[in-house]
Design a protein around this ligand. Structure first.
Ligand code: AHR
Length: 335
């Protein structure tokens, strides 16, 4: 056996100083491990978990991913109040978290708090919701990257499906999300990018349901009273509001109209309850917007803290589901 100490000592019986040194090395190794293993503290500023099935799945994906990745997640929910959300992001900065993930309730008014995050050297990752910085701040990399779905593309796809389904002739009711929210703005714009190409397609009414089934149901009941069978389709900016429109049509029995048959229904999200309505043919098409962002966003945040850089924009992959492919897709749906 080759003695590993050229001091003439046999490998068999080490001296105390030798043991002492081993102990020190061992302790150092453990200390390194302890240092290495310190979990990252990442602040997550959520817009409003109560607003939709999508948002609930989104929040859950962050909580689950933080557990798996061993991240100390400091979760703040703004309950749909943008001013409160800005204050919460400032609190995360004051708390000196390692990084911040922001899902902005509204697109504007983030310049000053993100400038503070930059001054504090806290990287910010935008999740799902885009923001609009003032021109003078656009080149200052106030956020590392944005990860999410292309809302404008979603609006265009919904309109393209409807144009093909109606041969370009349709009176449309649009149920929008809240004012100032990126998906409301971009899905509405994307939808018009396409229907404006078809003279026979018109948005005859456009109202805000604020992502909620009950609000969409109430406004749809009024529109049914005013427009009734003149309505060819409903484009709802999310599934919860599409379901509200279905309920309103089904409640308006005196009109004898069937959702999915007499009035076409298109939603955006692709959540479980939306899928169930698609399988029942009470909704005709869903444009997916994947809410399971937790793992990818937190992994990116961890890598950013490790010094890695990322492209400024990273899109999630989304698909379109209709009554033709819903049943086969249903078993694999995770949200
Ligand atoms: O930002 C994504 C949107 O926010 C979803 O489409 C909607 O359901 C959610 O509340």
């Amino acid at each position: 056996m080759i003695a590993h100490h050229q001091t003439g000592r046999s490998a068999g019986n080490p001296t105390w100083t030798h043991l002492g040194r081993c102990l020190v090395v061992l302790l150092l190794l453990c200390a390194c491990d302890w240092i290495e293993a310190k979990p990252h503290t990442i602040g997550f500023s959520q817009s409003d978990t109560s607003e939709s099935d999508w948002r609930r799945a989104n929040t859950k994906s962050f909580r689950d991913a933080a557990k798996v990745l061993g991240i100390d997640l400091v979760f703040k929910d703004a309950g749909g109040k943008t001013e409160m959300q800005r204050r919460q992001v400032q609190e995360l900065i004051d708390q000196k978290v390692d990084a911040i993930v922001l899902s902005a309730n509204e697109i504007s008014g983030w310049d000053s708090v993100l400038l503070n995050a930059k001054k504090a050297k806290i990287p910010v990752i935008l999740s799902d919701r885009t923001i609009a910085l003032r021109p003078e701040n656009q080149g200052k990399s106030l956020f590392v990257t944005w990860i999410g779905s292309d809302f404008r593309y979603e609006g265009r796809v919904a309109a393209a499906w409807l144009a093909q389904e109606t041969a370009g002739r349709c009176n449309i009711v649009e149920i929008q999300g809240p004012t100032g929210a990126a998906p409301s703005i971009d899905r509405g714009q994307g939808f018009r990018d396409v229907i404006d190409l078809f003279p026979g397609m018109k948005v005859i009414a456009s109202q805000r349901g604020n992502w909620r089934t009950d609000q969409a149901k109430d406004l749809m009941k009024v529109l049914l009273r005013n427009e009734g069978a003149n309505i060819c389709a409903v484009f709802a900016h999310n599934d919860n509001m599409a379901i509200g429109a279905v309920q309103a049509i089904e409640d308006s029995k005196h009109l004898g109209l069937k959702p999915g048959k007499d009035i076409l229904i298109i939603g955006v999200d692709g959540v479980k309850r939306g899928f169930e309505h698609l399988v029942d043919k009470r909704i005709n098409a869903l444009v997916e917007c994947n809410p399971l962002l937790g793992r990818i966003v937190l992994k990116v945040a961890t890598e950013v803290l490790g010094g890695r850089s990322f492209p400024p924009v990273m899109f999630m992959e989304d698909r379109v589901f209709t009554v033709h492919n819903a049943l086969s897709a249903l078993p694999s749906r995770k949200y």
